[in-house]
Design a protein around this ligand. Structure first.
Ligand SMILES: Nc1ncnc2c1ncn2[C@@H]1O[C@H](COP(=O)(O)OP(=O)(O)O)[C@@H](O)[C@H]1O
Ligand SMILES: [Mg+2]
Length: 180
């Protein structure tokens, strides 16, 4: 991928992944994690670039900039994975890539779940994407927020009473009801 001529900055995601490989604990490098093909979420050779306008010697030039450059890894079923890095490292871009939120023709590489390539519909059914910006309205209650989400996301075949029931169940699961 080096042949692409990407400009190396020190805080991009693949640099951080490289640093992670070199990280040692008590002077001993950790064993590289064994891959388990066909298990959970697998992403392979993800690359994504945009055309960026830059001023060089007083002249505006358009240059291809790689936001993701050959990223591979796996999140195994039943485990929690954190994506960490400084601002601008590419965490959100990476999440967009694995959540199928980047146009397929701009993204290179593959994303699979339990061995199968993802489709936009399947991804929407099995995952939730919570934006980093605050999406809650301060003037409405948690019940009203969930009810609104239920009204717009669940099909009309589900009755209002059923939606209400599901919202109460969710509030209960989250420990947000009075009685316990
Ligand atoms: N559509 C885009 N066009 C150009 N540059 C972008 C675009 N999206 C993100 N970037 C740049 O890519 C880098 C990574 O951004 P982002 O994924 O939002 O980082 P993070 O979430 O880790 O803070 C940043 O330098 C950002 O400015
Ligand atoms: Mg971000």
């Amino acid at each position: 991928m080096a042949s692409r001529g990407r400009s190396d900055t020190n805080n991009n995601l693949e640099t951080l992944l490289d640093l992670d490989k070199l990280a040692t604990r008590n002077g001993v490098a950790p064993e590289p994690r064994k891959m388990m093909p066909g298990n959970g979420l697998e992403f392979k050779n993800l690359s994504y670039s945009v055309m960026k306008k830059q001023k060089k010697d007083g002249v505006w030039i358009t240059k291809e900039a790689y936001l993701l450059n050959d990223i591979s890894g796996q999140a195994i079923g039943g485990e929690i994975m954190a994506i960490m890095g400084p601002i601008g490292a590419g965490k959100s871009t990476f999440l967009d890539a694995i959540a199928d939120r980047i146009a397929k023709r701009s993204l290179e590489g593959s994303v699979r779940i339990d061995g199968k390539p993802i489709s936009t519909n399947h991804m929407k059914m099995i995952s939730s994407y919570v934006m980093q910006d605050d999406q809650l309205f301060p003037a409405v209650t948690v019940f009203e927020t969930f009810m609104f989400a239920a009204e717009v996301r669940l099909p009309p075949s589900i009755s209002r009473a059923e939606k209400k029931k599901r919202v109460y169940e969710l509030l209960d699961q989250l420990g947000l009801t009075d009685d316990d």
